[in-house]
Design a protein around this ligand. Sequence first.
Ligand SMILES: C[S@@+](CC[C@H](N)C(=O)[O-])C[C@H]1O[C@@H](n2cnc3c(N)ncnc32)[C@H](O)[C@@H]1O
Length: 331
Amino acid sequence: MTFTPAGEPTGAALRRGPLREGDKVQLTDPRGRMHTIVLKPGGTFHTHKGFFRHEELIGRPEGWVVSNTAGVEYLALRPLLSDYVLSMPRGAAVVYPKDAGQIVQMADIFPGAVVVEAGVGSGALTMSLLRAVGDGGTLHSIERREDFAAVARGNVEAFFGAAHPAWHLHLGDFADVVGQVAQPGTVDRVVLDMLAPWENLDAAASALVPGGVFLAYVATTTQLSRLAEDLRADGRFAEPAAWESMVRGWHLEGLAVRPQHRMIGHTGFLLTARRLADGVVPPERKRRPAKGSYPAAEAEWSEEDLGERPVSDKKVRKVVRGFEAGEQSTI
Ligand SMILES: C[S@@+](CC[C@H](N)C(=O)[O-])C[C@H]1O[C@@H](n2cnc3c(N)ncnc32)[C@H](O)[C@@H]1O
């Protein structure tokens, strides 16, 4: 199903115009609860407080309010991409919208770019990448699990309403597949969301153009540490940068304007590094390597490696005396 006229980006027409048969529609009830339905002739939406017929929405503009048999009102809107990824079927955990936005921006995904991503999981990030590269770009998505690839294909095609012209889904391991789908040195961006991205640095470095962006999304600090050290050891990448983003919603009610009590505390860390030109040695880092970083994951950690300031016995005795005398003091 596609309503896209020639020249319009894939999927755009599905998000415009009156509500149609086959459209996914998000209903918001008076308490703010959401329900997702697919409009079909003869369909009804039932709750324990009455029902309405889908025909009452088909042909209406988005943003319509429909009342059920008990007078309960529902606001009807097509889901946005950020709504869709949180309600679609999942194979693996998805990249949340807050991180997908950061990935598109910080990996500098541009219209027409050649991008390789792995793994695909449920296809959540895939949809943001496809929107960013556009119909004229190329996205190779590599997934090692056939069942997850099938879930992703279903989600992506349902969202765009058709096969996206920029999308190429491949089954297999990133390191085996990337060289088959892209010539060395031709990929603008590599985006990895997987357990062990450090196992794929050689393949990623071979695929990337000079100046290309490598971005990885990892869930734990131990993964982040291993990845950063292995990137430095590889020698074909500039110094990596890492961060996380926290998004806190706000409650807006009269004078009660405050942060919401609940938030998504942790999703993952993002790390980016640029591909150096071939044969270039990474510029020497000015920082003393022993301070604030540790040399290798398997090394014994010392206070100095961790950037801890050694504390003299004299200082410790002074603080203990102060503590015994009732003073508040820290080392
Ligand atoms: C967390 S999921 C990805 C979620 C996805 N980015 C999304 O937003 O829906 C991680 C996926 O990576 C796949 N994977 C792990 N290592 C891989 C590799 N070396 N090559 C290809 N896929 C891999 C796993 O099978 C899994 O489906």
